[in-house]
Design a protein around this ligand. Sequence first.
Ligand code: 0A1
Ligand code: ZN
Length: 877
Amino acid sequence: MSEPQPIYLSDYRPPAYRVIRTELSFDLDPAATRVKARLHLERHPEREAGTPLELDGEQLDLKAIAIDGQVLGEDEYAVGEAGLIVHRVPQAFLLDTEVEVAPDANTALSGLYRSSGMYCTQCEAEGFRRITFYPDRPDVMAPFSTTVIGDAATLPVLLSNGNPVERGELPGGRHFVTWEDPHPKPSYLFALVAGDLEKVEDRFTTMSGREVTLQLFVEEENLDKTDHAMASLKRAMTWDEQTYGREYDLDLFMIVAVNDFNMGAMENKGLNIFNSAAVLTHPDTATDAAFQRVESIVAHEYFHNWSGNRVTCRDWFQLSLKEGFTVFRDQCFSADTNSAPVKRIEDVSFFRTAQFAEDAGPTAHPVRPDHYIEIGNFYTLTIYEKGAEIVRMLSNLVGEEAFRRGSDLYFSRFDGQAVTIEDFVDCMAEASGEDLGQFLRWYSQAGTPEIDAHGEYDYANAEYRLVLRQRTPATPGQAEKQALHIPVRLGLVGTKSGRDLPLTLDGEALGTDAVIHLREDEQEFVFTEVSEAPVPSLGRGFSAPVKLHFPYGREDLAFLQAHDSDGFNRWDAGQRLALLALDDLIAAHRNGVEKVMDPRVVEAFRGVLEARIDDKAVLAQMLTLPSEAYIAEQQPLVDVDAIHAARTFVKQSLAASLRDDFLRLYEQNRSEAPYAPQPEQIAARSLKNVALSYLMAIEDEAGLELAQAQFAANHNMTDVRHALTLLVHGSRGDIADPALKAFGEKWVHDPLVMDQWFSLQVTRPQADVLDRVKFLMAHPAFSLKNPNRVRALIGAFANQNPVNFHRADGKGYRLLADTVIELNRLNPEIAARLITPLTRWARFDETRQELMKAELERIRAEELSPNVYEVVEKALA
Ligand code: 0A1
Ligand code: ZN
């Protein structure tokens, strides 16, 4: 096999042939589905006559081909590994092809495949070429008509995009439905579903008074798990009308839940397909976090109807055009629906842990990459989450009103077109009058910018001088970096008053909270009329996706934690304070010195507990220590054992010192009220469960009793799972084991609950866990073919159990590599994603580095899919 070759953004050319209309017909069969395609094609006016017709196609068995009704001779076309070439075609013509595909043999879950007996499709990014020969690129848009033929008894439901226009019986117990999608769409938004599904129906009246039918299709046993998704959908539809003035554009909107799915969900036009984990909820089976995730994913896919479908991407280098914008939209929606500060804290915590790590690793890439081998590898945190941070910065830079004018302009100017990131930014520039030229560098430059800040208060002149210096570390293929336009939102908090001081910059009064613009490598900002010595509160609300360093003392941080008017920075000051203490303890652990708890951290926590913070969800966040993964992110060299020991020590020390406070908090926040996924209830539960984590950190009688009782009360999955996790992660096997067994037996029929059962066992920090992982891989409820199972078991072990994955004997690495090698053949997309923790070898000690690289080499020696090849090559480069 030849080495896979990269594709370059600079090589972009418009398509040679346009598709005016696409007509498909599927005769479904597990081993031999027949797909007939009739394409109405037209040569691009700028391309010369004689340009051959090139269509993408993979693993297709061509049965028939004709142009304008004339069957082609064998010398008139050629079929290769990647597609079909017809050497001579007219200027405008009809192409008929018939191919055979094998849904049951499709374990990659891209193209047409079967999941629990139902047929479904996944076409983004390049799955449509596994269904029929086609110009499978997003800048080719056409209206589709699709006829689905299947067995009437086993496949009563036959779905595709758009509206059903005809249905009927056929000989041999078969039936068909024909669907028309009037909106021109790229092939990646095509979808087909056929199965024995139950339907839940609702209605929505749009702002212009049109009636839309909403349908959710699930397997019969999941009919009681659809309420929340349906309610979320209606909220999202209303929100998009109110916030962006966008309404839905078909008479029917369908969501289907499938069990085997590579990602969370997919925004196919009018027919969203969801991973069952991203749509099904029930108080007994799903946690609060799962309810919130479902709400945000339902919204995300719905929002794509405009940001992605009506206006789509010219090519896959522009992926963040739809994903960054849509993530920003779903984040704002969730913030409006739940606790806004907590949503921001959660998003940023995740971002600073996972995206920063990606940006610092061998697969770092710009939000708009300039080359790739396998686009399936680019559905990354950088494209999605950093892309969303860039859109958020834009919105803050131009202001909410101009941002709305800019998005209105974008949607109207480019409706029905496939466009670029510049097109989007241009609309924002035009609507606001801002010069966004330098800002565009955010899209082309990889790596996390770092700002070194220094400040000095001059009593005599009542001035505060702030110096900001920016640098972006080199990333693979990008040694030199240019200065970015970085918005820094800040305040100066007076040390006497504890209040935000008025800000005057260059004679201009800016209020008490302002955004300054860092554009140079180094810039000085002199604030005048500063009446008392301040502590600066920088990067409020995480105003830019950067690492911001300021030489804060612990007193400064405790002060900001108590007084900052910005909720996010208040929380962050606490995190920074805890990190300083953790640094000392990590060093103590490494040096074999006795660990001593910093009393200032204990006092800061006591202060938080006594501060009467109204928002319980915020309070719960303020009482939560930085995760081991985030602590690791801050260390020059990751020592997983020292980090685990230090964090456990801090937790136990806080629990011992503040035990009665945590007990009180627990009691005050327990409730017998029936479960509802409402913000107030979720907040109370999170606070109660944070308190329980501390009590269980010392495993005293009270903690153990509460955890056992909470598990036994069986009130809702959030409480049950949390209690069970604490028990299983604790030292009392005599209590944990029977609970674990009972839970596993009770839920053995429910794969989504079994995923939680797998995860909570393999994230146990104790040393015996590797055997448990292997044992569970042989459990009848586990299967390597199902991505959710793989993520819940192998993924959770490798990503959420640092001390065991990074065992000094390398057996954790070996297990991951073995799994990757097997998955490389079954499901390349999932295999490639699973490698991530091994690619981070540079962050560990030499022995571990060698062990990790040896496993990467072992993977490299296999015959690899392009997906795995690309990741392994980068990791070993
Ligand atoms: N566009 C979807 C994500 C998605 C991407 C690729 C997929 O298959 C490889 C599936 C879904 C979204 O942003 O939700
Ligand atoms: Zn998306």
